[in-house]
Write a protein that binds this ligand. Sequence first.
Ligand SMILES: Cc1cc2nc3c(=O)[nH]c(=O)nc-3n(C[C@H](O)[C@H](O)[C@H](O)COP(=O)(O)OP(=O)(O)OC[C@H]3O[C@@H](n4cnc5c(N)ncnc54)[C@H](O)[C@@H]3O)c2cc1C
Length: 369
Amino acid sequence: MGKRLLLLGGGHAHMTVMHDIPEFLSRGHDVTVVGPSAFHYYSGMGPGMLGGTYDPDDIRFCVRDQVQGRGGRFVTDRALRIDAHKQIVHLASGEKLLYDVLSCNTGSYVPSAALGEPGEDIFSVKPIENLLKGRQRVKELLLVKDARIGVVGGGPAGLEVAGNLWGLAQRLGARKPQIQIFAGKHFLGSRPEKVRSLARKSLRSRGIEIIEQGYARNVRSGCVELEDGSSWDMDIIFMAVGVKPSSLFADSGLPVGRDGGLLVTDRLHSVDYANIFGGGDCISFAPYPLDKVGVYAVRENPVLKHNLMAALEGGEMIPFDPGKEYLLIFNLGNGKGIFWKNGWVFHGAWAFWLKDYIDRKFMRRFKAS
Ligand SMILES: Cc1cc2nc3c(=O)[nH]c(=O)nc-3n(C[C@H](O)[C@H](O)[C@H](O)COP(=O)(O)OP(=O)(O)OC[C@H]3O[C@@H](n4cnc5c(N)ncnc54)[C@H](O)[C@@H]3O)c2cc1C
């Protein structure tokens, strides 16, 4: 007899399952996908969209249309709580959805609230939709002034966002913003020295300042305050202080890892519930911690698809092997990139060309219905 498969979030880790909805239906199962928006944005191209290299349509999927077009049900809503005993998910609207097998791909968010209340002209780099709003606001500001733009966070997202804000200003050709990255104490702290020095050189050659005199302790509209007591006036601020899973799993009383993500085995199901799965940024992989990068979410696709079918039909599950080193290419916003894999580091236009090629190919693959 057919069962109910419920997917929370139509993110990177659910692409294959969503693509193969007809196969689940043909075996008699129901498939429902819940997501807060009809669209899912591909984060790897988010900074490029901020800088104007891409239009919003280039970097987003209409998950709702894809799910419905393949015969599934799409519910525009947000999961608030999972009742694992009763096998019910409670949604923000008050609706309750029953499941036999549940899979979570609810991503992560930027924990900016710890640094102050959300305010006007402060944009977190996730969800990626915020970068679109930020782009619009920067355009408005640059029409009337040489805006001061602060990027709080000195990791890869901070680097890409700052570089692409510069790219946006170049494209508009109007005014010259003053861009400052508040990078804590070490810009790109955990990256190899060669990556750091290439990134610094690229930013500095464009007048982007990297401030490494301490972490931000308070961010409010128009101002960034650092732990050394200094205070910096800003017209607009982008928050790129890392990401963490939402409190959905802890709020539901499910076992979570140190970062609050759903704690899963190497079969990608909860350590306590073999019918609750997860992939992407929202999980804590019990065997060892995984970086919050889209690469893992993408690699998890076939395993999730296989194991969800196995959970529905009683087959054998397969383990997820995260693999060894992964390729990262940072988009510097000036048509160049930094390529980094297995200790190999290169900088140049071809690195961005390669990233653009890979990213567009990914979009073509999953946009096709
Ligand atoms: C600026 C930036 C650039 C990046 N660039 C790269 C890169 O080049 N390469 C790389 O590998 N990684 C990159 N990353 C990391 C990458 O964003 C994440 O690792 C990736 O998005 C994880 O995919 P995901 O599907 O788990 O989460 P997400 O992409 O966040 O998707 C989660 C989905 O779940 C939905 N959702 C959220 N909450 C709920 C809820 N309660 N109920 C239902 N649905 C919900 C969301 O709307 C969203 O559609 C970047 C991150 C940022 C911030």
